[in-house]
Design a protein around this ligand. Structure first.
Ligand SMILES: NC(=O)c1ccc[n+]([C@@H]2O[C@H](COP(=O)([O-])OP(=O)(O)OC[C@H]3O[C@@H](n4cnc5c(N)ncnc54)[C@H](OP(=O)(O)O)[C@@H]3O)[C@@H](O)[C@H]2O)c1
Length: 349
């Protein structure tokens, strides 16, 4: 709809009491083309948003409604920030013309068998993948009415290694990725391993040995870039911070590939990107530098001793890793300025 020459879009946000939904609202509150309609929750329906998301000052008096198809219908765009499974059920009942953007995992995987193995339920189908910086992905998102927002770890891992695979510079059978994540990556629900006294001053691995659900998603994205199957060993770790991911991704380089070729491939991939940056040589990514922003920063090195490229990439798991990627994808789908609502810098110190 056009008001005073400005395109205005009505948006509903489900899971608004949670971390991802709260971050979607934080970004949408500053979006020039958006009016925020229904905001919904589950156990917290009926509460004032300000009780649960005290940082969202402009929306504090809004009341959370139940997450039902009726409450979410009638908007141009619906964001789903729900546990996987819950989002597929709701999405299937929303009108085809509504743009549905799912922060959950339900529609990310192309391989139904991989979905069933890692998530243990029936596959709900595959939607266009909301990581516009991947080759050909902007085209896939233009006009899309269903968008699967990537997982937070896959966002950092795919940004880190795709230029190497898309340019056939890396070997596909020896990819090792280790990521450190802030605790918000696990959501807001109370869990003993996430309480302050367990997390403060300590780091711990989990999902070791190929068991993490993001492994098939990372393999899918890298395989699409390479045009052949890529095997990934992925290990996530929990870091004592609320937000942020630092991913270290390494792969063997092809015979004769030079550091200059590697650097050129990454520069060509990202030099024109508004949100993804290959840092100048000698500068390394930090999670703090991207906190609260939709930016991803990375650096690469060539370890001649082992013949490996090492790429480190920092994102904010809640922004570029979820809500920022979701809003960026919405902008592309609707033909808006891709950066609308996302003009946020990092936070320092
Ligand atoms: N956190 C991240 O960094 C991140 C990154 C990428 C993707 N994601 C994805 O985003 C989604 C939300 O994650 P989150 O971290 O925001 O989790 P969260 O903080 O635990 O929030 C979950 C939200 O879903 C609602 N909810 C719970 N059970 C529900 C049900 N059965 N039906 C409808 N709503 C229900 C909750 O409502 P009540 O509070 O009212 O119960 C809450 O609003 C997940 O699919 C997650 O994988 C998260």
């Amino acid at each position: 709809m056009l008001y005073s020459g400005v395109m205005t879009i009505s948006v509903a946000v489900s899971g608004a009491s949670g971390y991802a939904g709260g971050e979607v609202l934080r970004l949408l509150a500053g979006h020039p083309n958006v009016t925020i309609g229904a905001i919904t929750a589950h156990s917290n329906a009926g509460s004032r948003l300000g009780e649960l998301q005290p940082h969202l000052h402009g929306l504090a008096s809004r009341i959370l409604e139940d997450t039902t198809v009726e409450n979410l219908s009638g908007h141009d765009v619906v964001f789903l920030a729900l546990p996987h499974g819950a989002s597929a059920e709701i999405a299937a009942q929303l009108p085809e013309g509504t743009v549905v953007i799912d922060a959950g995992a339900d529609h990310r995987l192309q391989d139904a068998e991989a979905w069933e193995k890692f998530y243990g339920s029936a596959h709900a189908g595959t939607w266009p993948y909301g990581l516009p910086e991947l080759p050909g992905q902007r085209e896939a998102l233009k006009g899309a009415t269903r968008i699967a927002v990537p997982g937070c770890y896959p966002t950092s891992a795919l940004l880190a290694l795709t230029p190497g695979f898309a340019n056939s510079l890396l070997l596909t059978d020896d990819v090792v990725i280790v990521s450190a994540s802030g605790t918000s990556g696990a959501g807001k629900a109370a869990k003993v391993n996430l309480i302050g006294s367990e997390v403060m001053g300590s780091m711990s691995p989990y999902g070791v040995g190929g068991g993490h659900r993001h492994t098939p998603e990372i393999e899918q994205g890298l395989s699409n870039a390479a045009g052949e199957s890529v095997n990934v060993s992925f290990t996530p770790t929990l870091a004592p911070m609320s937000r942020g991911i630092l991913t270290t991704a390494t792969a063997k380089v092809g015979h004769g590939v030079s550091y200059a070729e590697l650097r050129q491939a990454w520069a060509d991939a990202y030099d024109d990107e508004p949100f993804v940056h290959l840092l100048p040589e000698g500068q390394w990514p930090t999670t703090k530098s991207v906190q609260g922003s939709n930016h991803a920063v990375m650096q690469l090195a060539f370890d001649a001793h082992t013949g490996r490229v090492i790429v480190t990439c920092a994102i904010d798991n809640l922004t570029k890793g979820t809500a920022g990627g979701a809003v960026q994808s919405m902008n592309i789908a609707l033909g808006l300025d891709e950066t609308a609502g996302l003009n946020l810098q990092g936070v320092a110190p």
